[in-house]
Design a protein around this ligand. Structure first.
Ligand code: CMC
Length: 428
C-alpha cells in the first residue's frame, strides 16, 4: 500500500507520498509542498532532511550499523583490502579476480603526477597545512587534464578521471607531507601495494633504503577501509552539491577535502590528539576536561565524542579501538595518551550528561593514536582520512551524476530588511 502523509495548512489539506528505502527507512517526499501550499521546510544543519536516495552506504545510527553496498563494515575490515572496497563502492559489486587485477593495474599505471605539480608544491611555505596543500593540488589536476571539465564526456573518459584520482591521491598526500618537513619528494613505486606505496613515499629518503613494515601497511589499509564512505555527511554532501553544478570530479573532490578539514568533521582526529596531549600536560586531569565539556559557558567539547547519526555506538570506533590495542602491541609501542583516552572514555560513558545526549566515542577518538604509532605526524591525520574517503566521494559524485540530480540549491527564510530607499552616502 502506498503510504501518504496528510498536511493541513490554512484550511487546505494535501497528501504527500511516503518513500520507503530498502531497509525500511521512510521519508516524506516534499517536492510538491511549495507548489501546493506555498510552504518550504526549514531544517538547520539538515538534521531531518534526506538530500537524495542512494544505494552506496547504509547506516543505522540507533543500532550502530554501517554497510557498504550491503556488506558489513566488520566483514570488510576483516577480510577485504582498500582497493577491493574502493571497487565495491564505485561499481556496486565486489570484483572477481580479473576485475580486481585490472582495477589495480589501471591504478598502478597512473600513480605518477605531472612533473609540473612539483613547482606548484614548491610555492607553498613549509608551514602550509597538508590539507590545504592537498586540496589545492587535487584542484590543480583540472589544469593537467582539462578534458575532465567536460560534463558530457564518455563513460570511459569519466572512468579515466576516477582511476587517476584514486591513483594520484597517495602521491599528492605524501608530497604535501614532504613539503611540510622540507624533504625531497619520493616518487611512487609501482611494485608496491597501494598502502605500502603511500608509506614509502611518506617515509623514504633518497639516501636511506626504507622497508615498509607489513604490520604498518596492513593497519593503514584497514583504517582506509573504515573511512571509505559514510553516506551523506558534510564532505560527501559537499562533493555531491559541487558535482551537481556539473563541476569536474577533481573540483568536487577538492571541495570535499576542504569540508572534511574542519574539526567537527575529519579534522577531529588531529583535534583529539591535541586535546589528549593538553590533558596529559595538565597532570592527566581527565575529570577537569569532562567538566569543561559539560559547561555550556565553555566552548570546549570532548573531541572524538558524539555523532550526528550514531546514537548507540560508532561501529568504526569499536573496530579502531581493538585495532589500536593490537597495533601498539605488535609494534611494541606504548603511548601514554592511550591511557588518558581510555580513562576519558570510561568516565564520560558513565556521566549522565553524555548518557542523556547519547554521546559515544566516534571514529576519530582512537584513530589518531594508531596513526601516531604508525609514525604519521599529527597534522597529516586528516589527510589520512581524506585518502580513505576518496572512493566514497567518487561513488557519491558518480551516483549523483548517474541519477541526473538537479543542481543543489536550498531555499531560505529571509529575515533581513524589507524594501527601503537608497540613501546617498552624504546623508548616512
Ligand atoms: N562534547 C560535549 N558536548 C557535546 C559533544 C561533545 N563532543 N557533542 C555534542 N555535545 C552536546 C551538545 O552541546 C548538545 O548539547 P545540548 O543538547 O545540551 O545543547 C548535544 O550534545 C547535541 O549536540 P549537537 O552539537 O547538537 O549535535 P550535532 O549532531 O549537531 O553534532 C558533532 C555532531 C559530531 C559535530 C558533535 O557531536 C561534536 O562537535 N563532536 C566533537 C567533534 C567530533 O568528534 N567530530 C567528529 C565526528 S565523527 C567523524 C566524521 O564522520 O566526521
Amino acid at each position: 500500500m502506498n503510504k501518504k502523509v496528510e498536511i493541513s495548512f490554512q484550511d487546505e489539506k494535501i497528501e504527500l507520498p511516503v518513500i520507503t528505502g530498502s531497509e525500511n527507512e521512510q521519508a516524506v517526499d516534499i517536492s510538491k509542498l511549495r507548489s501546493q501550499t506555498g510552504l518550504i521546510t526549514l531544517d538547520r544543519g539538515f538534521k531531518n532532511t534526506g538530500s537524495t536516495s542512494s544505494s552506496i552506504t547504509f547506516l543505522d545510527g540507533e543500532r550502530g550499523i554501517l554497510r557498504y553496498r550491503g556488506y558489513s563494515i566488520e566483514d570488510l575490515a576483516q577480510h577485504s583490502s582498500f582497493l577491493e572496497v574502493s571497487y565495491l563502492l564505485i561499481n556496486g559489486q565486489l570484483p572477481n579476480f580479473n576485475e580486481l587485477n585490472n582495477f589495480k593495474s589501471e591504478i598502478t599505471n597512473h600513480t605518477l603526477v605531472a612533473e609540473d605539480v612539483r613547482s606548484i608544491l614548491d610555492g607553498f611555505p613549509p608551514r602550509a597545512h597538508p590539507m590545504g596543500v592537498l586540496c589545492s593540488l587535487v584542484s590543480s589536476l583540472t589544469a593537467f587534464y582539462p578534458k575532465s571539465l567536460d560534463p558530457n564526456r564518455s563513460l570511459q573518459e569519466i572512468n579515466g578521471t576516477i582511476i587517476r584520482t584514486i591513483a594520484k591521491l597517495p602521491t599528492l598526500a605524501a608530497w604535501s607531507y614532504k613539503n611540510r618537513v622540507r624533504q625531497p619528494i619520493i616518487y611512487p613505486r609501482n611494485d608496491l601495494e597501494y598502502s605500502s606505496n603511500f608509506l614509502h613515499m611518506m617515509f623514504a629518503l633518497p639516501t636511506i633504503n626504507y622497508e615498509v613494515n607489513p604490520i604498518v601497511a596492513n593497519a593503514l589499509d584497514k583504517l582506509l577501509i573504515l573511512h571509505a564512505d559514510h553516506e551523506q555527511n558534510c564532505s560527501a554532501s559537499t562533493v555531491r552539491i559541487v558535482g551537481s553544478s556539473h563541476a569536474s570530479l577533481y573540483a568536487s573532490i577538492s571541495a570535499g577535502i576542504n569540508a572534511l578539514w574542519g574539526p567537527l568533521h575529519g579534522g577531529a582526529n588531529q583535534a583529539v590528539i591535541e586535546m589528549l596531549e593538553q590533558i596529559r600536560n595538565d597532570d592527566g586531569n581527565v575529570k577537569k576536561y569532562v567538566q569543561k565539556a559539560k559547561d555550556k559557558s565553555d566552548p570546549f567539547r570532548l573531541m572524538g565524542f558524539g555523532h550526528r547519526v550514531y546514537k548507540s555506538f560508532d561501529p568504526r570506533a569499536k573496530i579502531i579501538k581493538k585495532t589500536c590495542d593490537e597495533v601498539l602491541e605488535q609494534l611494541g609501542v606504548t603511548d601514554p595518551v592511550l591511557d588518558i583516552a581510555k580513562k576519558l572514555e570510561e568516565i564520560a560513558l558513565k556521566d549522565q550528561y553524555f548518557i542523556d545526549r547519547s554521546l559515544y566515542p566516534n571514529v576519530d577518538f582512537y584513530s589518531g593514536i594508531i596513526y601516531r604509532a604508525l609514525g604519521i605526524p599529527t597534522d597529516m591525520f586528516t589527510v589520512m582520512f581524506a585518502l580513505g574517503r576518496i572512493p566514497g566521494w567518487i561513488a557519491q559524485w558518480k551516483e549523483s551524476r548517474e541519477q541526473n540530480e538537479p543542481i543543489g540549491r536550498p531555499r531560505q527564510i529571509y529575515t533581513g530588511e524589507k524594501l527601503r530607499d537608497y540613501i546617498n552616502i552624504k546623508k548616512r
